[in-house]
Design a binder for this molecule. Sequence first.
Ligand code: ZN
Length: 134
Amino acid sequence: MAFETFEVTTSSRSQMVDITKKVREAVRRAGVREGVCVVYVPHTTAGVTVNESADPAVAQDILEHLEKLVPRGRYRHREGNADAHIKASMMGFSQALPVEGGDLSLGTWQGIFLCEFDGPRRRSAKVAVIPHGR
Ligand code: ZN
């Protein structure tokens, strides 16, 4: 089992980028019928989450609410992006998703989002598909 890595280019400081299609393609290429798909982002100011992809207003609401909860401001971290580190930890850095019938088994309205909090930047996401044991 190997990780497949793909790049995601973000265009603003805070942004949720729908990466469902790219993850799904990686899962299909893996050729695993039943198992678990792990999506991981190797960053400290970007995370990954699952939420509604049908209505883009949901992602906008999440970003706007996170901004209220964790505004830019004075923190101990000298780099000036402490809020981005905190928001990334709130989202988390990996998601585990079921693979059934060789495909991602997401809910009807669900999508997978890379969550950028200190962009614009080039990010990467890693996908591993772990086959179900016998
Ligand atoms: Zn920092």
